[in-house]
Design a protein around this ligand. Sequence first.
Ligand code: ADP
Ligand code: ZN
Ligand code: ZN
Length: 818
Amino acid sequence: MPYFINVILPIPLEKLFTYSISDAEASFLKPGMRVAVPFGKSKIYSALVHEVHQTAPTIYEAKEIDQILDEKPIVTAIQLKHWFWIADYYMCSIGEVFRTAVPSAFLLESETLILKNTKIVFDETTLLDDEFLVFEALQHQAILRVHEISAILDRKNVLPVLNRLLDKNIILLKEEVYEQYKPKLVRYVKLGKEYRTEVGLETLLHSLTRAPKQSQVILSLFQLQATQKKPIKVSELETASKSSTAIIKALIDKEILEEYYIQTDRISYSNEEDNSDIKSLNEFQEEAFLAIKQSFDKNLPTLLYGVTSSGKTEVYVKLIEETLAQHKQVLYLLPEIALTTQLITRLQDYFGEKVAVYHSRYSVQERVEVWHNILENKNKAQIVIGARSALFMPFTNLGLIIVDEEHESSFKQYDPAPRYHARDAAIVMAKLHEAHILLGSATPSIESFYNVQIGKYGYATIQRRYGNVLMPEIELVDIKEQTRKKRMKGRFSVRLFNEITDTLENGEQVILFQNRRGYAPILECTTCGHSPQCPNCDVSLTYHQHKKQLRCHYCSYHIALLTACEACGSSTLDTKGFGTEQVEQELETLFPDAKIGRMDLDTTRGKYGYEKIITAFEQQELDILVGTQMLTKGLDFRNVNLVGIMSADTLLNFPDFRAHERCFQLLTQVSGRAGRTKKRGKVIIQSFNPYHQILKQVSTGDYQAMYQEQLYEREQHKYPPVNRIIKITFKHKEYNKLNEAAEWFTKGLRNAFGVHVLGPEFPSVSRIRNQYIKNVLIKIPNGQSLVKTKKSIRRLEKSFNAISQYASVRVIYNVDYI
Ligand code: ADP
Ligand code: ZN
Ligand code: ZN
């Protein structure tokens, strides 16, 4: 009897496709291996084997495969199960999950663009004949498609050759032409050459008897050298000697100290013997640790609610240590932006080369390497740290998943499909692996806290900051009143201004938060009221002063700054609202001596922009850092004593049922950057509405009150966590067609689900990149089957697609929409 395989194609096909294979291939192929297969008229794809069987397809005649691409499965059975769950739950195709899950090098297909890697030098004579032909072709033509290479080699099966060339780093894939991610350079110090001998040192200390502060630094350096064998960071020396940047700089200038930089390497980590000791936990951490273990014993996913700077990371480290001792792998997930070298280095200090990072900023070769290391359970990949896509890695022996900052909405993929929530998908994955899972946050999501209340999750908490540092003192400033009393300096209340002044005088640092980038979100004509709009999107253009441009934050559209109103010609243009750029500019005038940095999408785009700013701030080369919510993510700065929220109002007034929860989380997280060491930090929140319940709850750190109130609201209006929701988005470039189509679909939904259907409605930005957008929300009460609900939606979609004039309308599902 003939043999067949079902394969997963990396495209949005609903069904698996069947190909025929020979007897020999049938005994070799296993689920999880890739094969190159023809598809359609002339396409070739890398497809994933799902099943080997003997049932011929009934509708079409099975084609033969072109080639087997793997010797062994590159995807495990558990992964496949998990991916099918994701496709099913989040209403997308398994092919879309496959495409997202694996490094793009695994997905070579006829349309893939190939380039040569200009950065590599190698011996051409080591190439096999077919490899050489490809290499040579790329000397003449910068970019080749895979099917063109087929023509050059005069054969169908070129994917194996290309895979070999990729392995050898000789070619690159087009979409992989990005900036190589490089970790920051850390500044270290050592004694100057002359003083490294005993005699030299004695002479030095003698000469410094009149400079007690400087000699304190030297003595501290000596002590540090004796107790730890690794290089000494400038920041460490500063803390240990209780001195200042200025004193150390003076010593460097005098060449008594020598500064140098080390690049913390990301994949290979050589100083294994230099591992720091894992810190012993204090009583609060210990208590939480035990509670977590008890909950793990009951096989419950567990939430760790620990206030900012309570030492959650150290608790994770203990759990990781235990898991490693049982020879199991650990997955540590966190939001992309929180994946800083700060954290990576901290883990590498403890676990050395066992730490692997899976990062979208890494090259495809590095990602492939990490993939194989995990699959083969190598020592190098016992702890995998990464953003949400690390969830798709081929663990074979997973023991623990940590989801840090579990409340973060960036765990939910927005576009393209699969629109999965990494935290929730991780819970399912833990179950498949029989692994434990810990969710950690200083501001747990309402969903997770609710799951604790109903007994679905276990619970542990740390309510004290480590070292008994007090939570920052939070003060609300009424800017309406301050404006009336003329006590504002630009965007700064006198309170905030004075606090900044004091903080700077104390040699401490300031963080200022404003949730908008650019100079001002709106430029408005004071004569006729017109404000310039994006021609492609339904939004005003944001004014960027540095670049003298008006820019759309939804598409790439931008124009030079207007000098007169487009509508009436008047030159009386004024701005409304303000962004980080304006704050920065006002600071420059108000605090001319301060060194000011800005962290938002505009300043972090360039090469290593983000790391550079963090490092500069960490090394105290900046006094004030102004930024958007990028500032909030788990950064641990030692010398920040004041955090200012320029305006809380935009956060409060956002039209979304999660707005208040988000506002609480964001403000609490930013506030948590203040006073993480001995001294109590200070936070000033400016608002037109300082008596708002949420701001009060932030200022008193009353998570419980926020939770109760928000839960009540959600219960009243049937939102998550008491109900589930699916959002359906319709998109089309024609306004009328979109309206009609959305109406048609919604009518069908209403027939099925009645009052639980909301919409269709235009979102606040109702057109993006020339596509009109309309949303429908379906609430699914507890007790209503999610499976059946999705089935009837799918059925409706089939009828919808059968209507020819709606065929071009895009329908997008977002299950558990955030
Ligand atoms: P969180 O993740 O809860 O915000 P961190 O884990 O970053 O807090 O801890 C805050 C600071 O306290 C860090 O600098 C950390 O090194 C220190 N710390 C936490 N726990 C301990 C401990 N048990 N021993 C020594 N230092 C600790
Ligand atoms: Zn005008
Ligand atoms: Zn636009």
